[in-house]
Design a protein around this ligand. Structure first.
Ligand SMILES: [Zn+2]
Length: 601
């Protein structure tokens, strides 16, 4: 066995997790965790559902399980770090595979806990949530019970989960396999033809040259057309399975599941949609400017990802990136600035481009050490600096929640991106005020910002409205390829209106967008728009109220796992998310960067 620690060549310091990868401390920790998960699961399965006379026993199990959550998060975060930073190392991959087995064991225990709550009568449940050791866990318990009540009996759930591996899960994997092997013919403007993997299409559709984007779009869609029957079957099967399970679980409407996962009420959701529809001219004006910079008056679907035709002149080295983030943070939010400073000092970031590193960026953390780590690949562009600010925002969220019990830590996807978007906006503002940054770079920065606005307010609503219309028709039977294309085209025309050029729709967007085929989450679209608008709204309040706003902001982050999204907002910032007003104001925050950009151009 090698004496070297495989984490030595990484930028981040992981020794607060374990002194050494696969060292004796890590092995012992893992063994103990495995044994404890098993013994607590056995104990839980031997006790009857929660009743008046077994509350002490269940209390102990819930507390034990919370402790397991802490230790599990510690090990999982560590293994995720080492495997992402060096995925060529087989020991890392082996550890990762074993973590997913452990994860499956852990979810069996969670399922026992859900079951105990499902059959508990109201009175027993109420006195259980009032126990002093379960203080501040009541929201978690209530949500778990609600989730449990929407389950079939244990036997049927187990059967559904087992069949799901070869059913809904298999359809998702089939989609992943065929879409990752799919190739398309790319005909460059100079006549050169290349066969390319589909994974390269996206970056071609983000090129400033419109002819390249158009060729990638058309070539790509020809390839999607060649597998349209398979993707349509997968889409129909995934939706069909969900609708069938909903029926057996007594769930009336397919959107109820999505709203529950997002932890928002139907009223809040409708208020947001109403605001997007009434203020649609704001993102449309963004697209009008985009069309104008291309010398046109309308856009096609393949123009959505088009950047300004400018190049960054300057490369920003890693030290400059840290300075930009830290200084921008400190200038408007002292606490956030010192947090970033200490994170950089303590080497929490793995940033260097290295062979074997996985793509993408994330922030992870341990509930045991209450520390975070940031993973990213820094390629010296302003976009990478934004990523750093984004992930540092996530880490700050965990920092603010550090003293909160694990059961009050689980925030929904709708609230997950608040702190990260907030971090990005503070950085953007700092950069716009920075005289050492050139105008071209500021233009690119503002362009990125308002482009996001158009995506969140037009592209994502298209995905949502298409999916909703599709589910409505799917309830009556399978939906054909031609109808899927029609539904997609109609939705794009309806939302984009006069800004979309004739024939500029993407009829195969339902086939090419992976998000429709993620089997674990339904309606994987609107929570993005929700989180985006919520954080822009918070940032607008910060600009208006100044420092007085910050304690409210931190309270918002602290509460994020302790209540529904609308209650978190009501309790911390005093805003009513169930009325369109908040959302309208938030959409209007896009007007200023749009005007600024027009001025700079
Ligand atoms: Zn994020």
């Amino acid at each position: 066995m090698s004496q070297n620690d495989s984490t030595n060549n990484m930028n981040w310091d992981l020794t607060s997790y374990f002194p050494k990868f696969n060292g004796p401390e890590m092995k012992e920790f893992k063994k103990q965790l495995q044994e404890d998960i098993q013994s607590i699961t056995e104990k839980a399965s031997s006790i009857a559902s929660l009743k008046k006379n077994n509350q002490e026993e269940w209390e102990q199990i819930f507390l034990d399980c919370e402790d397991l959550t802490i230790r599990y998060s510690h090990l999982r975060s560590y293994v995720g770090c080492v495997a992402s930073a060096d995925s060529n190392n087989e020991d890392h991959l082996k550890e990762e595979a074993e973590m997913s087995v452990l994860g499956a064991e852990f979810s069996k225990l969670s399922s026992e806990l859900l079951n105990s709550l499902k059959e508990a009568d109201d009175e027993a449940f109420k006195s259980f949530t009032q126990k002093s050791a379960l203080e501040e866990a009541s929201y978690y318990l209530k949500r778990s019970r609600e989730e449990a009540q929407k389950r079939m009996d244990q036997e049927n759930e187990i059967l559904a989960a087992d069949l799901g591996v070869d059913g809904i899960g298999a359809w998702g994997r089939l989609y992943d396999t065929i879409s990752s092997k799919l190739e398309f013919e790319m005909e460059y403007p100079d006549g050169k033809k290349l066969r390319l993997p589909m994974s390269q299409r996206r970056s071609l559709m983000e090129k400033p040259d419109r002819d390249i984007r158009k060729a990638a779009f058309e070539g790509g869609n020809e390839a999607w057309e060649s597998i349209e029957d398979v993707t349509a079957s997968a889409l129909n099967a995934i939706a069909g399975t969900r609708l069938t399970l909903n029926k057996h679980r007594g769930i009336n409407h397919f959107l109820d599941v999505a709203l529950f996962q997002a932890s928002i009420s139907e009223k809040t959701f409708d208020a947001m949609l109403e605001a997007i529809h009434s203020e649609i001219e704001v993102p449309k004006n963004i697209l009008r400017l985009k069309a104008k910079t291309m010398g046109r008056d309308k856009i096609a679907w393949y123009d959505l990802g088009a950047p300004m035709d400018l190049e960054f002149k300057k490369k920003l080295d890693w030290q400059e990136a840290q300075n930009l983030v830290q200084n921008s943070f400190s200038a408007s939010y002292t606490k956030l600035g010192s947090f970033a400073e200490s994170a950089f000092e303590k080497k929490w970031v793995d940033w260097e481009p290295r062979e074997g590193k996985r793509p993408g960026g994330f922030c992870t953390g341990s509930l045991l050490t209450k520390e975070s780590r940031i993973f990213m690949t820094y390629n010296e562009t302003i976009g990478d600096v934004l990523t750093l600010a984004h992930e540092a925002g996530h880490a700050f969220h965990s920092y603010v929640m550090r003293d909160i019990r694990p059961y009050a830590h689980f925030y929904p996807m709708t609230l997950a991106e608040t702190a990260s978007t907030f971090g990005e906006m503070i950085l953007t503002e700092g950069i716009l005020h920075n005289s050492s940054i050139s105008n071209d770079e500021k233009i690119l920065m503002l362009d990125t910002e308002i482009n996001h606005g158009a995506i969140y307010l037009m592209d994502i609503p298209v995905r949502f409205e298409f999916e909703k219309a599709f589910y409505e028709e799917r309830q009556k039977g399978e939906v054909s390829v031609s109808r899927l294309k029609e539904l997609m085209t109609e939705t794009q025309q309806r939302i984009f209106g006069d800004i979309l050029e004739e024939g500029g729709e993407d009829p195969y967007f339902w086939a090419s967008k992976l998000h429709f085929y993620i089997t674990g989450v339904t309606f994987y679209n609107f929570p993005y728009t929700f989180g985006y608008l919520l954080s822009r709204g918070l940032f607008a309040m910060f600009k208006k109220e100044g420092e007085d706003f910050l304690p409210k902001y931190e309270e918002f982050l602290r509460l994020s796992g302790s209540d529904t999204a609308e209650n978190v907002a009501k309790r911390s910032i005093g805003h009513d998310l169930e009325s369109p007003e908040f959302w309208v104001e938030s959409i209007h925050t896009l007007k200023q960067p749009l005007e600024q950009l027009k001025k700079l151009l």
